[in-house]
Design a binder for this molecule. Structure first.
Ligand code: ADP
Ligand code: MG
Length: 283
């Protein structure tokens, strides 16, 4: 695994000379406020957050329950609009857009992954992944080719015709990730993507995120409440009471592929070791 360790180290030195457009800010947030009215009162979910994320970064957002992590992700993902402050996504002033424009930006620039996968049941993996491309107005042949490529990228080429309810939790999360990246978004967002998964499957999802970040140059932000999962990034941001409490670089990110190599293989129902889900599938 020295090779992978070296790869991770080279990731550090490469940050000064990465892909074209890298180190340009993709998220610029200033004084972000989000309040929710509750009867006469209001809940202040975000109370003035400043945050800049550059293209090609991988970032974990942590903090206690109720600290505003999901609210921040939903605003970044254009699923919710802020009450105050400004948000620029990939050069677009998001807070000035109307609902239709917001939906358009969301479709083109954002890939969102949820803890609960949010797949359509009784629908195949392929159909789930094709869906965002139908919304984007892409033609039939091209969108099927693109969806197949995205499923291959997450290591699920052989399961594309399975219904989502026939897949394991880890496989369902891979389908959700394929659906999130199929539009080639500027950023991949995930809210507690490993929250419903066991340790090994969580590590496999981390391996996939690290590969999408390192090999495909994708900007990745995810929420986690697990310390170890957060350390698979290069930067950990902590929220508390709707404010940014800390923003800390991770000197030596955990390399998921290395950790996976030390973990026992899962047991199949018949007691035989099951072939692992591919950790970092070939592109
Ligand atoms: P976290 O994801 O860190 O657990 P959230 O962003 O979900 O935190 O919530 C932050 C605060 O905002 C909490 O006090 C929560 O109760 C409140 N909140 C979140 N969403 C809503 C909503 N739709 N309506 C009212 N209050 C909300
Ligand atoms: Mg949350």
């Amino acid at each position: 695994m020295t090779l992978l360790a070296t790869k991770a180290t080279s990731q550090v030195s490469n940050t000064s000379e990465p892909l074209a457009g890298a180190s340009a800010p993709v998220i610029v947030i200033r004084g972000l406020i989000k309040t929710y009215p509750i009867g006469e009162q209001e809940v202040r979910a975000l109370q003035g957050v400043d945050l800049t994320v550059n293209r090609g970064e991988i970032v974990a957002i942590m903090g206690p329950s109720g600290s505003g992590k999901s609210t921040l992700m939903n605003v970044i993902g254009c699923l919710d609009t802020p009450t105050g402050g400004s948000y620029e996504l990939d050069g677009v002033a998001v807070n000035e857009l109307d609902d239709d424009q917001l939906a358009e930006v969301r479709n083109r620039k954002i890939g969102f992954v949820f803890q609960s996968f949010n797949l359509l049941r009784r629908t195949t993996a392929l159909e789930n992944v094709v869906l965002p491309l139908i919304y984007a107005g892409m033609g039939g042949e091209e969108r099927v080719a693109r969806a197949k490529a995205a499923l291959a990228r997450v290591g699920l080429a052989e399961r594309m015709h399975h219904h989502s309810n026939e897949l394991s939790g880890g496989q369902q999360q891979r389908v959700a990730i394929a659906r999130a990246i199929v539009n080639r978004p500027a950023i991949l967002l995930a809210d507690e993507p490993t929250g419903a998964l066991d340790s090994r499957t969580s590590e496999e999802i981390m391996a996939l995120f690290q590969s999408l970040n390192h090999d495909d140059g994708m900007t990745v932000l995810f929420v986690t409440h697990e310390h170890d999962i957060g350390l698979h990034t290069r930067r950990v941001i902590r929220l508390r009471d709707g404010r940014l409490e800390s923003d800390t670089p991770v000197a030596h990110p955990l390399v998921a592929a290395d950790i996976l190599a030390t973990m026992p293989l899962p047991l199949a129902a018949d007691g035989a070791a099951e072939p692992a889900e591919p950790a970092a599938p070939a592109a």
